[in-house]
Design a protein around this ligand. Structure first.
Ligand code: NDP
Length: 456
């Protein structure tokens, strides 16, 4: 049987996995993502570095010169692409190796992911919180207490680091593409679409690994990227202090809210093993380059913005944004917990004081075995099918409005997350329908709303 023919079928004969609706257009979109996303990150970096975070100013400057070849060439080499620096490469690669070292050596518990389409239940080393604490203690201790390096070191070398992470992101993508063909970790969990760019961008292997535990997806998403998130913010706060002599309340609030999100991620790392990123997404450019470049650069745009454009929030705005951020966090966490606890207790738990209502759904893995899973239909999961995204979006809005309303750039994050999550709702629906068939239809009948009740 060919790999393609080994696609997984539910009772209704539908496949589940990522390669169901690949068309030449999808392939073209993937090619554009592969080529243009790095340019987009460079453009945002350039806007902040040379134009006070105005997205329009570079275009205005070029337009004043009629977009002449010389003007575009000058902009490209002088302002869009930062020069590679030895410090940028040293900082990033020592960070990457240090995180790998922590991942392998720190004490850990073993968590388990979701059953893969081929029937694997994979073990993961869960020690992200420990790695986060050690990394921050060393960075803050080394910079503020011992004075070994300036706390603004990340900010000061941001351009050089951008080139280093891009180099690594592309290398990792190509490495994983070749590994998927030549030395896959779980051959029967691969997906081949027949389209080059789709496979390169969306990934072929589901869980590429070194050995039993070193999981590419969990490591790259969590460690170099998300551990760095709060350190990058901290470094930008230090740069703001150097620049204006104090740290604005907007920067403090942003650092705090981002830290809540990041620490939650590591505190509940075991839960994260059963989210879409880890359980269902294959590992290609989307995650390899995305975790290496997109996440640390685009998710920290607000703190970069606040260095160039300090914002002092009024007490009312500060408290309002704090309240929206924390309320969003409360919703995000409690929705996710309801699902996780219900599945862990096999549906024998209480939701809002009443026994959980569930659908016991069947699905089949590619080895032909039948499995049962639980779809929760009460609590938040009875209000809409992705109410956790509502909490996430509230948090995103609070992050962005810390930067005021003068520029579009710091609001990119909430716009991007809205598009990402709405698109995710669509592809999750397709995948779940393929996996659970009539059981998923039954859930959709009981809970018709996807995100916001009575709206979408
Ligand atoms: P979910 O945690 O909502 O997981 C969806 C999966 O859960 C489905 O594929 C299905 O998987 C299962 N499921 C669906 N409905 C039910 C139900 N009623 N009962 C039980 N299980 C169900 O989605 P994500 O992984 O996308 O999101 C996790 C969190 O991460 C969210 O809070 C989201 O906001 C956040 N997030 C953050 C991002 C960021 O970049 N900051 C990006 C994306 C997400 P199956 O049945 O196969 O297990």
């Amino acid at each position: 049987m060919t790999v393609k023919a080994k696609q997984i079928h539910s009772q209704e004969g539908k496949t589940w996995g990522r390669d169901r609706d690949v068309t030449p257009l999808t392939n073209l979109i993937c090619a554009c993502i592969f080529l243009f996303c790095p340019i987009m990150v460079l453009y945002f970096w350039s806007s902040c570095t040379y134009y006070s975070c105005s997205l329009y100013a570079p275009v205005q400057e070029l337009s004043a010169q009629n977009f002449s070849f010389e003007a575009v060439k000058g902009f490209f080499w002088e302002k869009l692409v930062p020069g590679p620096t030895a410090t940028g490469f040293k900082l990033f690669f020592s960070w990457l190796l240090f995180q790998a070292f922590l991942n392998v050596t720190l004490p850990c518990k073993i968590g388990f992911g979701q059953m893969t389409p081929a029937g694997h239940l994979l073990p993961y080393k869960v020690n992200g919180l420990f790695a986060w604490v050690v990394s921050h203690a060393l960075f803050i201790g080394g910079s503020l207490v011992l004075g070994l390096f300036p706390a603004s070191i990340v900010h000061d070398n941001w351009g050089g680091i951008l080139i280093a992470v891009n180099t690594y992101g592309y290398f990792l993508t190509i490495f994983c593409f070749l590994k998927a063909h030549l030395a896959p970790s779980h051959p029967e969990d691969r997906k081949f679409s027949g389209y080059f760019f789709y496979d390169l961008v969306m990934g072929i292997e589901l869980n590429p690994r070194f050995g039993k535990y070193f999981d590419f997806k969990l490591f790259h998403n969590g460690r170099p990227g998300i551990v760095a998130w709060t350190l990058i913010n901290f470094s930008f706060a230090a740069a703001q202090y150097q620049s204006i002599g104090y740290v604005t309340n907007s920067m403090i609030l942003l650092n705090f809210l981002h830290a809540v999100y990041v620490v939650d991620f590591f505190y509940f790392e075991d839960w994260y093993l059963r989210t879409i990123d880890i359980a269902h997404d294959h590992f290609g450019f989307y995650l390899a380059w995305g975790d290496s470049v997109w996440l640390p650069f685009m998710y920290t745009l607000q703190s970069h913005y606040l260095v160039r454009n300090p914002v002092d929030l009024s007490a009312f705005t500060f408290l309002l944004l704090l309240a929206i951020g924390l309320a969003g966090y409360f919703i995000f966490r409690t929705v996710n917990n309801q699902k996780d606890i219900t599945r862990k207790s096999d549906g024998k738990n209480l939701i809002w004081g009443k026994p959980a209502r569930v659908i016991r759904a069947h699905y089949t893995t590619s080895d032909g075995k039948d499995h049962t899973s639980i779809l929760l239909t009460s609590g938040y999961w009875g209000i809409s099918r992705h109410f956790n995204y509502v909490g996430d979006l509230m948090m995103c809005a609070a992050f962005c409005f810390c930067c005021g309303v003068d520029h579009l750039l710091p609001h990119f994050y909430v716009i991007y997350m809205f598009i990402l999550l709405v698109h995710r709702i669509q592809r999750d629906h397709t995948r779940c329908r393929g996996k659970y068939g009539k059981y998923w239809d039954q859930y959709c009948e009981l809970v018709p709303w996807k995100l916001f009740p009575y709206f979408f």
